[in-house]
Design a protein around this ligand. Structure first.
Ligand SMILES: [Zn+2]
Length: 223
């Protein structure tokens, strides 16, 4: 079972992705891990990638794509869930060509739909419980709104992560994601257009539902 997942930062992509991953016992492959494996492992591709990163430049697709393919090919026999790649239409096309060439079948492509302003409000609304970081609190989501300024689960003190309050960084990431011409949504739509003809299922999740609603719908869609 091979799955691609798309969703903006703030959409709960990690949560929904792990659901699909668990259901089929897949390897969860996210872009950061691909770089860590190759750069940390000192592979030839990793050394090339590092040279660009050290100069503060983006790693070109002709280095990134072979790294992605290598990790996909070496994943467990059950298959993989690829998360955080492709990010652009060019990467989407190149990944597609490479998968075709290697005879790798895609089974599902999942897109979590969420309006940009909602995604931003959810990121900025996240609050961390001092007692247990797994206690969900978000001032932007009614179902998990904190109890005043305390954790809704245990009453512990809440803080906001500095990263979550960095509007510039959020906007920068969302500029890439929500770009329907050349960015990540363009990549998602590229796969949406291919789905019927290529024989994989394109699943659209309404990211505005509750986590449980989205989970239930996703389970019903993954046959
Ligand atoms: Zn708590």
């Amino acid at each position: 079972m091979n799955i691609l997942i798309f969703g903006p930062n703030g959409s709960g992509k990690g949560t929904q992705g792990s659901l699909a991953k668990k259901k089929f016992d897949l390897d969860h492959i996210e872009s950061g891990a691909i770089f860590r494996k190759h750069i940390g492992g000192g592979t030839e591709l990793g050394l090339k990638a590092k040279a660009f990163i050290d100069k503060g430049e983006l790693v070109p697709d002709d280095i990134t794509i072979p790294m992605v393919l290598d990790v996909l090919k070496n994943s467990s026999a059950n298959g993989w869930l690829l998360d955080g790649f492709p990010r652009s239409i060019v990467q989407a096309e190149k990944l597609w060509d490479a998968l075709q060439k290697d005879g790798v079948k895609l089974d599902y492509v999942i897109e979590i739909l969420l309006p940009r302003e909602v995604a931003k409000a959810r990121i900025m609304g996240r609050r961390l419980c001092a007692t247990d970081p797994n206690h969900p609190n978000n001032i932007g989501i009614a179902a998990i709104a904190p109890d005043g300024d305390k954790c809704r689960v245990c009453g512990g003190a809440l803080t906001a992560r500095a990263d979550d309050q960095d509007e510039n960084a959020i906007d920068k990431r969302h500029n890439i994601y929500y770009d329907t011409k050349t960015g990540t949504l363009a990549a998602a739509y590229f796969y949406k257009d291919k789905a019927a003809e290529a024989g994989f299922k394109y699943i659209e999740l309404n990211g505005e539902g509750s986590i449980d609603e989205i989970k239930e719908f996703l389970i019903s869609q993954l046959a």
